[in-house]
Design a protein around this ligand. Structure first.
Ligand SMILES: Nc1ncnc2c1ncn2[C@@H]1O[C@H](COP(=O)(O)OP(=O)(O)O)[C@@H](O)[C@H]1O
Length: 217
């Protein structure tokens, strides 16, 4: 069974929703770098102070900062993981490859969540996130209540989910992350996944896809 996975995809393609579920179903650790940064901003930590203006502009944080955060996080893990939001550039991809090689480990797969642009925009306007536990979903998932289904917090739209910010994040994605997609494709690690279904059916299909993949050790 694969146990080191990377999720790729444009903003609002469902990496958070699917990544969390996938990690839970496979008994793996899950990290959303975006959620980690938003928590840091809300808590006003040093990292948060650095990240706040960058997130507000819809730009990517520096590779140096992200690689140092990831080195720390990866070093704390005892088992496998699902990464949502890293790597997002070729420098970050090289960092992850070198980190794994140093430990004689391998990435099992990079899964690209594919969703057309018009659907991304609809999802963007509909998405909410819990500030307490970082659950992320759609307004209709609350079933008329205003409480997070996971922890009882009060979910709200993300500050960076405005159309202007989205366009900037999409431009960053196209410039910096599409080369990562090509790199993993060349390495034979890329799996394209049609992520246009609803969250439940998407999760079921994604789990099937991942279970059909081989572990690289
Ligand atoms: N690996 C990374 N490198 C640079 N910036 C990052 C990285 N991961 C997250 N970020 C920052 O966090 C923001 C939010 O990320 P995320 O929650 O994954 O949202 P989305 O995928 O919807 O854009 C990004 O726009 C970027 O500013």
């Amino acid at each position: 069974m694969p146990h080191r996975l990377v999720l790729l995809g444009p903003p609002a393609s469902g990496k958070g929703t699917q990544g969390r579920r996938l990690a839970e179903d496979l008994g793996l650790a899950y990290l959303s770098t975006g959620a980690l940064l938003r928590s840091a901003v809300e808590q006003g930590t040093e990292l948060g102070k650095q990240a706040a203006p960058v997130l507000e502009r819809g730009e990517y944080l520096s590779d140096e900062l992200m690689c140092s955060i990831m080195g720390e996080w990866l070093g704390r893990q005892k088992g496998g993981w699902v990464l949502d939001g890293f790597p997002r550039s070729i420098t970050q991809t090289d960092f992850l490859s070198a980190w794994l090689a140093d430990k004689s480990l391998k990435l099992d797969a990079a899964i690209l969540l594919e969703v057309p642009l018009d659907e991304l925009l609809i999802r963007l306007g509909n998405r909410i996130e819990c500030p307490e536990c970082r659950w992320s979903g759609r307004k209709q998932d609350l079933n008329g209540a205003d409480r997070c289904p996971e922890c009882g917090g009060v979910p709200a739209p993300r500050a960076d989910d405005t159309p202007t910010n989205f366009r900037s994040r999409l431009a960053e994605y196209e410039e910096n992350t599409l080369p990562v997609v090509s790199r993993y494709e060349q390495e034979g690690l890329l799996h394209r996944f049609d992520a246009t279904r609803g969250p439940d059916e998407g999760a079921k299909r994604l789990l099937e896809l991942v279970k059909s993949l081989k572990s690289h050790g």
